[in-house]
Design a protein around this ligand. Structure first.
Ligand code: SF4
Length: 333
């Protein structure tokens, strides 16, 4: 999809043309210009010659039947991963990538291992939504929620991220409410302040993953630059500006950040903040192991005793490597 080029091609057409095209592409999810039979044939042919509506993607279904991973090949041959989570209550959440790879190298993350390739354009971000919208159309369903939690740090691709959010929210396009859109950051404090000033209602999630800078630096190299005090202060700023509850993401790693004293320290740091903790027991890799159930329960009890609201993330798609921290493009596609 090349929206900028499309707008250029139809700039001399009557104003209602854009609405016809938007309806066809983002409401009816047509993937062939020939289906737009309310457009003049000449314009349809021009658009068919200039704008390719096909998307080169492959899907992998998880045996838990709730998640589907797509590998999408971009025009330059690079591949991104996108995950669709189909919840039993009817919500369909798409987890979007914002970059090919990631520069931040969090130690528990597969995407971090491949390094940074490039930013996605806002159109490439939207391509992922279009791909799964077409898929869901076949079963009479649609995307209800969007999370920027796939490959990459969205705030390092801020303008394209923001443009794509505006496009998703536009009632003439995907028409997904801002409160149904969430962005997860590893804690880029200046951008947390910037998004707070955008006057939007999207949900913010911050990957804290440690109760202090010392542990955080060991697992997230980005913590060298962004200290927890400054991070918490930027989260406070965001809450003051938006009055929105922030999700504090905490990946539990065995014998690294899962001790009772860590739960106590975390509680102290975030006490009084309009937030909740999303605990994510790690799936395990060569370096880190999953905490025991006993440890997870101890951690939860301390948060609860300290009156810190929390949830534990239900994990989808472990078998197709679509769970948290597992997105890495397949070289075989
Ligand atoms: S967890 Fe997110 S920020 Fe960290 S390396 Fe992975 S993709 Fe990048």
């Amino acid at each position: 999809m090349n929206w900028t080029k499309l707008e250029e091609l139809i700039k001399n057409e009557p104003g209602f043309r854009i609405r016809q095209i938007e309806r066809a592409l983002f409401k009816n999810f047509y993937d062939n210009w020939n289906d737009l039979n309310d457009l003049p044939v000449k314009l349809r042919n021009l658009l068919a010659d200039e704008i390719d509506l096909s998307i080169n993607g492959q899907i992998f279904k998880s045996s838990d039947s709730g998640s589907i991973k797509a590998l999408i090949k971009l025009d330059d041959g690079l591949i991104i991963e996108t995950v669709l989570l189909m919840h039993k209550d009817g919500r369909n959440t798409i987890c979007l990538s914002s970059q090919v790879g990631c520069a931040l190298g969090c130690k528990f993350c597969k995407t971090g291992e491949i390094g940074f390739k490039r930013n996605l354009t806002f159109e490439e971000i939207l391509l992922q939504v279009l791909f799964f919208s077409r898929y869901l159309k076949k079963i009479n369903a649609r995307i209800t929620n969007v999370v920027f939690m796939g490959m990459g740090e969205p705030f390092f691709n801020y303008d394209n991220f923001l443009n794509s959010v505006k496009f998703l929210n536009d009632e003439n396009k995907f028409s997904i409410g801002q409160r149904k859109i969430s962005v997860s950051t590893s804690g880029i404090t200046e951008k947390i302040r910037t998004i707070a000033d955008e006057n939007m209602q999207i949900n913010l999630a911050v990957s804290i993953n440690a109760p202090n800078d010392e542990i955080r630096r060991k697992i997230m190299p980005v913590a060298d630059k962004y200290k927890l005090n400054e991070l918490i202060s930027s989260i406070k700023y965001y809450i003051d500006k938006t009055n929105r509850k922030v999700m504090i993401e905490y990946v539990l790693l065995r014998a690294v950040n899962d001790f009772p004293e860590h739960a106590e320290e975390l509680s102290k740091r975030i006490k009084g903040l309009l937030c909740f903790v999303n605990l994510i027991p790690f799936n395990g890799n060569d370096i880190y192991k999953r905490p025991s159930i006993k440890k997870i329960n101890e951690f939860k009890k301390i948060l609860s005793d300290n009156k810190i609201p929390f949830t534990q993330r239900y994990e989808f798609g472990h078998d197709i490597k679509a769970s948290c921290g597992q997105l890495i493009f397949s070289k075989s596609f």
